[in-house]
Design a protein around this ligand. Structure first.
Ligand code: PRP
Ligand code: URA
Length: 208
């Protein structure tokens, strides 16, 4: 069984098309990332456990629910930041850690430059956010950091994944669950996903 779940939804298909379109401005791009992130958050949280709690309505006390485990969102800088608001819409009490990793443009190797995560991350449900899973080097770097901090269960949410990246995570971190909005064909010789959407960080922040 693959570790990758393709979240197949008509609204995601429409918005991935908006992301791919080279004419989409940063504003249009960011809004589409947020909407897709909303749907990914709903889908990947289906199996989250609940505990019962009593709640008093204006009329009587009844049984309600709260999430059993604290959720920590961890965007990979920079592009992962664009997914945070869409996840916070759906999981408003989530904490947010940050991991700074940038690919070296020539070697495609990940360069790590920043880490800040909550102390409780070892007992939390962690959702790693990065729109692009290309060679998988950045994702694997982030997963290794989280594992060193004692994280047991990692869900990786992405927008576009290349088969090469999925295979790398399957090989080196097979206990990771990946949820994505699209699987694309392949990487080009510069490590860009085809057909892809270009550089997600640049398109999010208008730094093209
Ligand atoms: C992009 C993307 C991923 C990484 C994917 O970030 O957001 O983090 O590339 O590529 P990989 O799977 O081959 O490692 P980038 O390094 O461009 O940094 P940025 O978000 O700051 O632009
Ligand atoms: N990072 C991106 O932003 N886009 C790609 O296609 C590959 C890596």
């Amino acid at each position: 069984m693959s570790i990758f779940t393709l979240v197949d939804h008509p609204l995601i298909k429409r918005d991935v098309t908006v992301l791919r379109d080279e004419n989409s401005t940063p504003e249009i791009f960011r809004n589409a990332v947020r909407r897709i992130s909303n749907i990914l958050a709903v889908e990947l949280s289906r199996t989250f456990h609940l505990t019962e709690k009593q709640v008093k309505t204006p009329l009587e006390v009844t049984t309600g629910y709260e999430l059993k485990q604290e959720v920590v969102l961890v965007p990979v800088l920079r592009a992962g930041l664009g997914m945070v608001s869409g996840f916070i819409d759906i999981i408003p009490d989530a904490k947010v850690g940050h991991i700074g990793i940038q690919r070296d443009e020539k070697t495609l190797q990940p360069i790590e430059y920043y880490f800040k995560t909550p102390k409780t991350i070892n007992e939390s449900r962690v959702i790693l956010l990065d729109p692009m899973l290309a060679t998988g080097g950045s994702a694997l770097g982030a997963i290794s950091y989280l594992k060193k901090r004692g994280t047991k269960e990692i869900i990786f949410a992405c927008l576009v994944a290349a088969p090469e990246g999925i295979s790398k995570i399957e090989q080196y971190a097979p206990d990771t669950k990946i949820f994505g909005a699209a699987i694309d064909r392949q990487l080009n010789d510069k490590g860009y996903i085809l057909p892809g959407l270009g550089d997600a960080g640049d398109r999010t922040f208008g730094t093209l």
